[in-house]
Design a protein around this ligand. Structure first.
Ligand SMILES: [Zn+2]
Length: 406
């Protein structure tokens, strides 16, 4: 996100005072017509149309039932090389004290910090959040990518998973690193495939220890297309050029999905949570096909209400059919102003709740002045209570083996 957009976003959230030292564009709101044409020109980045629809607007301050947010990032690996997290040192993005008030206001019973790292870093992540508040925070571990080119990696990684389990990790998180960044020599060489056999012992260890694998593979289809005037996510890709996987030696979206599916098929005793609606929320027929093929596959919603909410009738049917395998998650990041669809603030949760609980029409899917993932707005799917309970906490509690007293 450019400095200007970030500033506007922060201003809209009341974080930056208007009139502080950053330069403002000379944009008075008054457009000038180029000589004699009678038509005006407007830069797309300045266009912030306000909807003229008069329709019900429901404010959902608290979820109807308690929530487990299975997809949050309270810590990240401190070092990364070409998209590959390296080493055990962690950077902490929040303290329990800074996030608990939002959790309490929004009815979030448990936050799962997926990027808990490994080794000493994982120990620290557990100590900071899970240990003092075992009923509010859970931690997942991550693979040790920097060992992935060692001959004993399979055994090493399986042992690491076991240690992580002893440390208190409740599952394994795999970032899109696998398939898009990890290379034969960690950050160099050819890309390592998701179904590379060196990971088989890792997937199996998770299965035998009852640790679900939260896996992010690939990205929206538009990210594999040129960033040009035909790309409906032009502004998003233009704001985050490193999210484009067009060209170079990247595999196609379909190749990545199929490699992932081979992993699901080969490890039927391991539970996989395919994050971001299996990263294909704009192709629910394909996600459904995968769900039908793999009974060990669930999906999570993080940062995809924008994609689900633009096809509310299709989404509603998807939720009805797979109500036992859809898990609430946001991909929330404290201080994540660069990605408003993930920013850990009250308004983010209100949008998710509104999408799931109401039939409101044409509302913003992110707390931002311009829809950050594409210029459209969304429609609620008004789920019945029984499905809401499953999506908000029951499905997650079952996978995480939690006894929730509600
Ligand atoms: Zn995430």
């Amino acid at each position: 996100m450019g400095e200007m957009n970030r500033r506007r976003l922060l201003e809209s959230m009341g974080i930056v005072a208007v009139g502080s030292t950053l330069p403002m564009p000379d944009f008075s709101g008054q457009l000038k017509s180029p000589e004699g044409s009678g038509k005006m020109r407007l830069d797309l980045s300045e266009f912030q149309p306000k909807s003229m629809l008069h329709v019900p607007e429901t404010k959902v301050s608290r979820s109807k039932y308690p929530v487990i947010d299975i997809h949050t990032h309270l810590s990240i690996r401190a070092k990364s090389v070409h998209g590959v997290g390296i080493g055990e040192k962690m950077e902490f993005l929040a303290t329990p004290e800074s996030v608990l008030p939002v959790m309490d206001r929004k009815n979030i019973k448990i936050m799962v910090n997926l990027t808990g790292g490994s080794g000493k870093g994982l120990e620290e992540a557990v100590q900071r959040f899970q240990q003092p508040h075992p009923d509010r925070f859970l931690t997942f571990t991550e693979p040790s990518w920097d060992h992935s080119n060692q001959p004993d990696y399979g055994k090493f990684q399986a042992d690491e998973i076991e240690h992580a389990h002893e440390t208190g990790a409740r599952g394994l998180k795999v970032l899109k690193t696998l398939g898009l960044y990890l290379r034969e020599n960690v950050s160099e060489g050819r890309l390592v495939k998701i179904d590379d056999p060196r990971f088989d012992s890792m997937w199996d260890a998770c299965g035998s220890l009852g640790m679900p694998v939260a896996i992010h593979v690939s990205d929206p289809e538009a990210f594999f297309l040129p960033t040009d005037r035909f790309n409906e996510r032009f502004e998003e890709l233009n704001n985050h050029p490193d999210w484009s996987f067009h060209g170079r030696d990247f595999p196609s979206n379909a190749e990545i999905m199929e490699a992932r599916n081979r992993v699901f098929a080969r490890h039927p005793k391991t539970q996989f949570i395919a994050l971001h609606v299996g990263n294909d929320a704009e192709n629910l027929p394909y996600v459904s096909e995968c769900m039908d093929r793999f009974s060990n596959m669930s999906v999570e919603l993080g940062a995809r209400v924008g994609e689900l909410g633009r096809q509310s009738r299709m989404s509603r049917k998807f939720f009805e059919k797979y109500q036992d395998r859809i898990i609430f998650g946001t991909d929330a990041v404290p201080n994540g102003a660069d990605t408003p669809q993930q920013i850990f603030i009250d308004q983010l949760y209100e949008i998710y709740y509104r999408f799931l609980e109401t039939e409101d029409e044409y509302f913003d899917y992110a707390p931002a002045p311009v829809p950050p993932q594409g210029r459209w707005r969304i429609y609620g799917i008004g789920l019945p209570d029984e499905i809401l309970k499953k999506v908000y906490y029951q499905n997650a509690a079952r996978l995480l083996k939690l006894q929730m007293k509600i």
